[in-house]
Design a protein around this ligand. Sequence first.
Ligand SMILES: Nc1ncnc2c1ncn2[C@@H]1O[C@H](COP(=O)(O)OP(=O)(O)O)[C@@H](O)[C@H]1O
Ligand SMILES: [Mg+2]
Length: 255
Amino acid sequence: MRRRATGSMSVKSKWTKTKWLRSDRVLRRSVPDTKRFTRSSLEVMTARYKTVYFKPTGGTGGNGIARVKRLGPGRFQIRKDLSTFEASSPRALYARLKRIARGRSYLLQKGIALQTSRGRPFDLRMVVQRTRNGKWVPSVMFVKLGKPNKIVTNYHQGGTLAKIDPTLRRTGCTPKQINRYKRRLAALGMRTARCFERRSGRFKELGLDVALDRDGRLWILEVNTRPGFSALKSLKDKSLYRTIVRYGKQYGRTR
Ligand SMILES: Nc1ncnc2c1ncn2[C@@H]1O[C@H](COP(=O)(O)OP(=O)(O)O)[C@@H](O)[C@H]1O
Ligand SMILES: [Mg+2]
């Protein structure tokens, strides 16, 4: 853990944060199966799931992420950035991933089939922030649409931000269903805030990346302890940006 200038705590390790989420009786149901990358966990995960995400434990911004798809028994497709590789044995797959890892620690996570809007996969960002009175609030939520042909939806990887209501409406949701998703997102955010608070009272802001799968289930892909603010300026409606900044000021974050 690291204390930042604003006094807000930041934790880089996705593994540590995943363990925290999984220690919560309620949240654990919304965390996709995740393991540290080893030769044997790779075998287990690729046998269990058709798609597995390969993510650097200390990564951010969608960097260093690869996706493994099982094509058939012992045959895999690996995608990273705009490249595609094939591996025709578990051994070749392991060797390829080792090369991508370049000595860094990695995680394997069950791949979630993201919902799409106009053909673009998207996930959701739920931000919770603390007021000067120490009360957590679900402050802003928005959509991150992936750039076509990318395996990540991050803004800094060519993704686009959008508002929740019109995006979900386009996937066929009724206003009632949309409100239900928004309530569930806020509840996940608040529960995560409580969960992290048990580890340290110094967290002031958290940004959850939440996948919505094609069965309507929500999955927490990761929790950011320093969620980005500036991408919100790209939305035509500046009210979300103003809200996140207004709360941020209460704990000394200015941008
Ligand atoms: N298990 C997963 N299933 C489907 N998509 C995923 C999964 N994990 C990550 N992604 C995609 O990759 C993006 C980046 O992953 P994330 O865990 O948020 O790492 P980063 O810290 O680099 O943002 C996510 O926003 C999502 O689009
Ligand atoms: Mg992320």
